[in-house]
Design a binder for this molecule. Structure first.
Ligand code: S3P
Length: 424
């Protein structure tokens, strides 16, 4: 994919449904009584992987126009005849592992080359504590062979802050008699808690500890999935780069555990306003308008790095265009995402002529740097491909994104929509 520099970012968009919310609504829909109808379901390949696995587990799923997905829930999932293909999706593998741990059959979860290198001990350990038998390659890696059944409730303190792990334990707990609790070291996205409540499950939270009683019945829902805020991040960052920009994104997910990017862009100096704020099944949704302001610099660390984890690559990619640069710390998890995102961001920034320092847990990208168009390597990682398409908009000369098709993992419409809002 060739990206030409742009003169400005202008326009108004509605985005496909949020990936995190789509995965959860689909999985809970599979376990609920009745038919769940989800409009504006994520168009990404990751959520298609979740739907394909649920079909293998016996669910009837219909996909219609306007990205409507209907899922007929079932009392019990059925033993799959083949290994379940999670594709590139860590969320599918880790969260489904929690559901499968509570089912009376054996199943195997596998993924593509990238997913096969990602750590799974973080879900295997708590699910084993609950009584599931799980085998993994080299102890920690996919494929996962899960022998599920009757589990015991646990009170689990997560060593890593991961919403996927929290979700896996809560999904297992939902199928287990007694009270299951998960305590997170810092607050992670709370879509699982909100989604469980949406489906009629009582979930309580005291500070960072979430608790539910197993055996509660789920009732199907009808929902419109809010636009994906991590996809919006690319366009919001692009708009922040151009004097005279003006971009409106409607129907956007603004859950406070996901919308920290807006705070960071504000701190940097962009002008942001939010209107039409409403709550749908516990998720805040609204319209965001962003206009350019002079971008200063900032440091992102601690809990903020956790809540911005998927947005850090694009923030690092626009950092050279800020005055003061951006430093990112406490983001070691970036090294075990779809790629080693710290290494790839540093490599691609350098290819564009920028300097940056790489740390084990982050990066420091000085500001006031000029970038030149370059050959970018996505490493097969969707967020790297999209982050550098944004950086390329203000570079001198055109850039080529190798492996740009990775964008389909979360946001197949990305390049088309970018063309719509970029003035050339
Ligand atoms: C996700 C949680 C995050 C995030 C991923 C989606 C989720 O991963 O990076 O893109 O939907 O729960 P971790 O839970 O591993 O931090």
């Amino acid at each position: 994919m060739i990206i030409h520099p742009a003169k400005n970012i202008l326009g108004s968009l509605r985005l496909p449904g949020d990936k995190s919310v789509s995965h959860r609504y689909a999985m809970l829909g599979a376990l609920a009584q009745g038919t769940t109808r989800l409009a504006n379901f994520s168009t990404g390949a990751d959520c298609a992987s979740t739907l394909a696995c649920l079909r293998e587990l016996g669910c009837t799923i219909r996909s219609g126009e306007d990205h409507v997905v209907e899922i007929e829930g079932r009392e019990r999932l059925v033993s799959p005849t083949a290994s379940l293909d999670c594709g590139n999706s860590g969320s599918t593998m880790r969260m489904l592992a929690g559901i499968l741990a509570g089912q009376e059959f054996a199943s195997t979860l596998h993924g593509d080359g990238s997913l096969s290198r990602r750590p799974m001990a973080r879900v295997i350990l708590p699910l084993r504590q609950m009584g599931a038998r799980i085998k993994a390659a080299d102890g920690d890696l996919p494929p996962l062979e899960i022998h599920g059944g009757t589990l015991q409730a646990i009170d689990y303190r997560m060593p890593v802050a991961s919403a996927q792990v929290k979700s896996a334990v809560l999904f297992a707990g939902l199928q287990t008699p007694g009270e299951t609790s998960v305590e997170e070291p810092v607050r992670t996205r709370d879509h699982t808690e909100q989604a469980l409540r949406a489906f009629g499950v009582e979930v309580t939270r005291i500070r960072n500890r979430v608790t539910l009683h197993g055996g509660q019945k789920l009732q199907a829902i009808q929902a419109v999935v809010p636009g994906d805020v991590s996809s919006a991040a690319f366009f919001l960052c692009a708009a922040a780069l151009f004097p005279g920009s003006n971009l409106v994104i409607e129907n956007l997910l603004l859950n406070p555990t996901r919308a920290s990017l807006l705070d960071v862009l504000k701190v940097l100096g962009a002008r942001i306003s939010i209107i039409n704020l409403e709550e749908r099944y516990g998720e805040l949704v609204g319209t965001v308008k962003i206009e350019h302001g002079t971008l200063r610099g900032t440091t992102i660390s601690g809990g903020q790095s956790v809540s911005l984890i998927d947005e850090l690559p694009v923030l690092a990619a626009i950092a050279p265009y800020t005055q003061g640069g951006i430093e990112i710390r406490d983001a070691r998890e970036l090294r075990v995402k779809e790629s080693d995102r710290i290494a790839l961001v540093a490599r691609n920034l350098r290819a564009m002529g920028a300097t940056c320092d790489e740390y084990e847990d982050g990066l420091r990208v000085p500001g006031a740097q000029k970038l030149r168009g370059a050959e970018i390597d996505s490493g097969g990682d969707h967020r790297i491909a999209m982050a550098f398409a944004v950086a390329a908009l203000r570079a001198d000369g055109e850039s080529t994104i190798r492996g740009a098709e990775a964008a389909r993992i979360s946001f197949p419409e990305f390049f088309e929509m970018l063309d719509q809002i970029a003035e050339r």
